[in-house]
Ligand binder design. Sequence first.
Ligand SMILES: [Zn+2]
Length: 735
Amino acid sequence: MKEITRREFMAVSAASVMVTQAGMSAAQGSEQGKPWYATMRRCGQLNLNERDPLTLDVNAWMDYWASLKVNAILINGGGIVAFYPTKVPYQHRSEFLGTRDLFGELAAAARKRGIRIVARMDCNYAYQEALDAHPEWFERNRDGSPRPQDECPWLFKTCMFSTYFTEQMPAIYREMNARYGTDGYFTNGWPSTGSLEVCYCVACQKIYHDKTGGVPPETTDAQSPAYRKYYEVYMDRVGEVWKLWNRVAKEKNPGSVYVGNLGGGIRTVKDVKKLGEVAAWFNADHQGRSTEAPIWECSQQGRVAQSVMDGRTITNVIGSYSTSDPLWRHASKPAAEATLWMAQITASGMVPWYHRLGGAVQDNRWRETGRVFYDWLAANEADFRNRRSLANIAVLYPQSTIAFYCSNGTRERRLNGERIDPTDYLQGLYYALLEGRFVFDFVHQEKLTPEALKPYKALLIPNAAYLRDSECQAIRRYVASGGSLLATFETSLYNEWGVRREDFGLSDLFSVHVAGDLVGPVRNSYMHMDRPHPIVDVFKDTEILPGTEFRVPVSHLKPESTFLSLIPHYPAYPPEMVYPRIPKTQEPTAVFRQGSGGSGSVVYFPGDIARTGWKSGNPDLNRLIASSINWLMKGQPRPATVDGAGLLELFAWETEPGCTLHIINYTNPNTMRSFIRRFYPTGRLQVAVRVPEGKHVSAVRALRSGRSLPFKQTNGVVTAEVPSVRDYEVVALRY
Ligand SMILES: [Zn+2]
């Protein structure tokens, strides 16, 4: 056991301070030809309102942001409301602007403090004056009426297919380029990753006719061929506008950049893979959870963005206000909730962007929350410079299923009358992964290349019902080359738009055929453990496990691969009637296939095991999933392990100075329902981190508690004890 002396610890601390300062200056300039935003570590936003020019104290505000050591600040430029004396026709100036140039004042104050300035724009609404002069700029309903904003009906929705996006917004950017040489532009609310809304304006009718020969669709239902074409045309337009705005941003200042508004967590309808192709910088606008949501949604956002950005810059906005339902824009979010959200941002490899609405503040509690966390980030900056994830398990991000697994234009699917949230399959798997303490990444379904999958020993598929033929082929290739696979329920039963195949696209891998229509919702059905197997041997004193709410009836190609079989549902009431009518069937509810001849092992569950586990809360299903993953990963050491009680989320990164293990503590009564009020620290945790071959670790520090940890390194594994994790801990290994 190597004990770090106090002197060594001080030396490590001093080194980290020096690295921090070097990092700060690198983030201000451009290091090794990298764009400025690629080295940005902290970001802030003051979201002005129309009245702010009357009272805003520019220097006091910039002093606050400078105290957070932000590299960049977002300040409202224009669009709906201009905060500078614009001459662009139909751009509405703040009616309280007077003789001020508020954007210019804030930009100068930011630059004086060495902070980059990004103009926050809004391209989504304009005033009646613009509607009268340029009726062609605006979205229209089928009857030709414009679309007023819900709460502010004097504003009208602009259409992204119109010249408002290709002429008016560029004119505004050019005016701001000339006046301020801005470091970047960000558009609030556009393009977003949410649902598409079909517009019937003249431009849309024409573009749609030119590109598809038809008319815009009636509904946003992927079952409609017209909608599928609309979706493609829509995504192409988003890409064209993004690229145009990025070019315009660089006209005066080549270092400038355009960044759109993305996000959506695991609920994305627009194709994030396509968005990732045009985005130099991905801004995830996931500001906080609503009331009925698990705390880990922010980590999920990070994983979705990482799955398409290949290590390029990702920021996530954290709302300092109460993002609950109901919403309060000017009430501070509890410090513990905001801190745990920021912890997830940094743990998942994103850069935090702390967001405050309005310059006149009556509730000041949010200020210290941001300052304390950012101070800590700045003091440990070097250890947050990630090179790559150390995860060796991939979770397929099922974009098509999440976007289109719905009925008749709604966001939900109805399965035999039951409302289904298409993200519940992924949510259930995620919970099982957290309980199993696995270190994993998301891989987007459209990026299943051999190169992208190479670091991963297993691919886990949470009901990717909608998959392209090419994606099935990529998965088949992955298994043939030795990768292991876990898949559930309707995976590969439909193409990417939801057109049903006769059999699973991956029937050969699952070793089953579809043998009938979907069954469910049912309760009180079971999985019978037919024979011993390492996956089910973790269960003692039972020969049955809870069955799933839905299942695809299947017949087996290889009966020897069936280890769990169906006990069909029987009455749950009245108790006199509660006994199995059919004690056992030949229908598989789990198929375990050992890899052979160089190909990987496969676990397939024909039921919606992850969703049923999530919905019911019964831990047996999570345990069965975790046990399956352990079997698939047999002989593959985990990149990191943590022993000790608690619900924890783990991330492991190779960093510039070494590697890190991030541990987020979700052990809290408010994990599943907002907001976190206080923390419940863990007890002692034994951690082990596998370091890359040939690397010798010289120091281990717990960055959050600010102490060095005694450690030992044996056969490439570094072990240490973390005395306790309050909210979040980063175990940083230095070579
Ligand atoms: Zn339109």
